[in-house]
Design a binder for this molecule. Structure first.
Ligand code: FBP
Length: 252
């Protein structure tokens, strides 16, 4: 099987900058400079991120055919939802075909699965098709796996996170993005259950630099392949400085 993740890894590790929050959370997340996609793309380049995560519209207008396309590989997020709708049973609709993502220069597609939601079956069906199409076009298939819905009592418990990790492997994801399950041990088991599917940390809301770097350290010690983060980086004035510290941990 081809190594679809090759464009995104340095020393087998990943450092992804996520920037789909304007869609998922709305403008409240985008403070000051982070409102400007070019600021984020410059940050991705200056910080030597190994991938940038964008939705279709931002890719079309700020990435495809620009200098950035040669400087940082694109993971096109092909589904998305707002936080305006009730979140009890979340479902995120596809808004871009894999083929079109490739046309925009993406080397991977990203899709969120809300494990445990009433719509879980539909998301598995979607991801099944996406994974096959991505691989047949030479792209990596990346799954955000977020347990969520009325049936999920604790979205970040070790058990549910480990279940999410195993689902990623069984669905054929090349890489999964999961939330921190609260301890290094729980993360280690999740990574073990994901087998040959790589695991990266999904950052979460901004927290203190110390707290966040401590989590990155634990996640890497647990065997994860890196991080895919947004708010903990670009919601700070010193976005490049924290990037350097994260890189030290990931690539050391
Ligand atoms: P952060 O590092 O800012 O948490 O970004 C990761 C991410 O998965 C984004 O790609 C996405 O927009 C957001 O988190 C979704 O977060 P949630 O569904 O938990 O509100």
């Amino acid at each position: 099987m081809k190594d679809f993740l090759r464009p995104f890894l340095i020393k087998d590790k990943a450092l992804f900058l996520a920037y789909d929050h304007g869609f998922e959370h709305g403008p409240k997340d985008l403070r000051g400079k982070s409102l400007d996609p070019e600021y984020i793309l410059d940050l991705a380049v200056k910080g030597s991120y190994t991938g940038i995560i964008l939705q279709k519209g931002i890719a079309e207008k700020y990435y495809t055919g620009t200098k950035y396309q040669k400087q940082v590989p694109l993971i096109l997020k092909i589904n998305g939802k707002t936080n305006l709708r009730p979140q009890e049973e979340p479902f995120s609709t596809i808004n871009c075909r894999v083929e079109y993502a490739k046309k925009l220069g993406a080397q991977a597609v990203g899709y969120t699965i809300y494990l445990g939601s009433e719509w879980e079956a539909k998301m598995f069906e979607d991801f099944g098709k996406i994974q096959e199409e991505a691989h047949s076009l030479g792209l990596a298939a990346i799954a955000w796996i977020y347990p969520r819905g009325k049936a999920v009592l604790n979205e970040t418990s070790s058990e549910i996170t480990q279940y999410a990790a195993r689902i990623g492997l069984e669905l054929g994801a090349d890489l999964i993005k999961i939330k921190y399950p609260g301890s290094e041990e729980a993360m280690r088991e999740a990574v073990r259950l994901a087998g040959k599917t790589k695991v990266v940390l999904s950052g979460g809301p901004k927290q203190s630099e110390e707290e966040f770097l401590a989590i990155v350290q634990k996640v890497m010690r647990a065997g994860a392949s890196g991080v895919a983060i947004g708010r903990n980086v670009w919601q700070r004035d010193e976005a490049l400085a924290i990037t350097e510290k994260i890189k030290q941990i990931i690539f050391q």
